[in-house]
Design a binder for this molecule. Structure first.
Ligand SMILES: Nc1ncnc2c1ncn2[C@@H]1O[C@H](COP(=O)(O)OP(=O)(O)OP(=O)(O)O)[C@@H](O)[C@H]1O
Ligand SMILES: [Mg+2]
Length: 161
């Protein structure tokens, strides 16, 4: 069953997007997938930088869009696999060629940018996060999951963003 979406505003400050990512990184566990949706410049990679910090990634400053690399692996307390579906045929080809087991690894947290482009190939236990530009130059965030029992920690989402 799909959970009702959680919708809230982020102020016009990239640090707020990073803080949200960091908070998610402290709560997501190995085996979870975070699916990011948002237009060019929405703040997806900024959020992943915070996510990496929250996961204890040892090279969080090295986060960049893996558009042409498909997946970048970051070591840390919880390993982070950062994928990009901007070019969906490339990532889908990789997944079909044995990449599914590599990417949806139960010992890592997976984050996929442009995830709506490969939606049907994502696991049920996926947290969807949509970023859109708001009129005040901040961002609107929508969070939801198809699995209403997963990600119960979202109930404690602080109002600090
Ligand atoms: N809450 C925010 N308010 C204002 N600016 C923000 C916010 N979050 C991120 N930004 C800024 O938006 C710009 C784009 O961010 P980012 O590169 O993370 O977007 P993206 O979604 O990954 O874009 P692309 O699809 O082009 O890779 C950056 O300059 C970033 O600092
Ligand atoms: Mg990006």
């Amino acid at each position: 069953m799909r959970s009702p979406p959680l919708v809230f505003a982020l102020p016009a400050d990239p640090a707020a997007t990073e803080r949200l990512g960091e908070w998610l990184g402290r709560h997501l566990v190995a085996g979870d997938t975070l699916a990011l949706v948002g237009e060019i410049g929405a703040g997806k990679t900024t959020l992943v930088r915070g996510l990496a910090r929250g996961l204890g990634t040892t090279d969080a400053d090295a986060i960049s869009s893996p558009t042409y690399l498909l997946v970048i692996e970051h070591p840390g307390r919880t390993r982070l696999l950062h994928a990009d579906a901007y070019l969906p045929q490339k990532l889908l080809g990789f997944l079909a060629d044995g990449g599914l087991e590599y990417l949806f690894d139960a010992t890592a947290v997976v984050v996929v940018e442009w995830a709506d482009r490969i939606a049907k190939d994502l696991p049920g236990r996926t947290l969807w996060l949509e970023l859109s530009l708001a009129a005040d130059a901040g961002r609107e965030v929508r969070l939801h999951s198809e699995d209403a029992t997963a990600f119960a920690f979202l109930g404690a989402l602080p109002k600090m963003f």
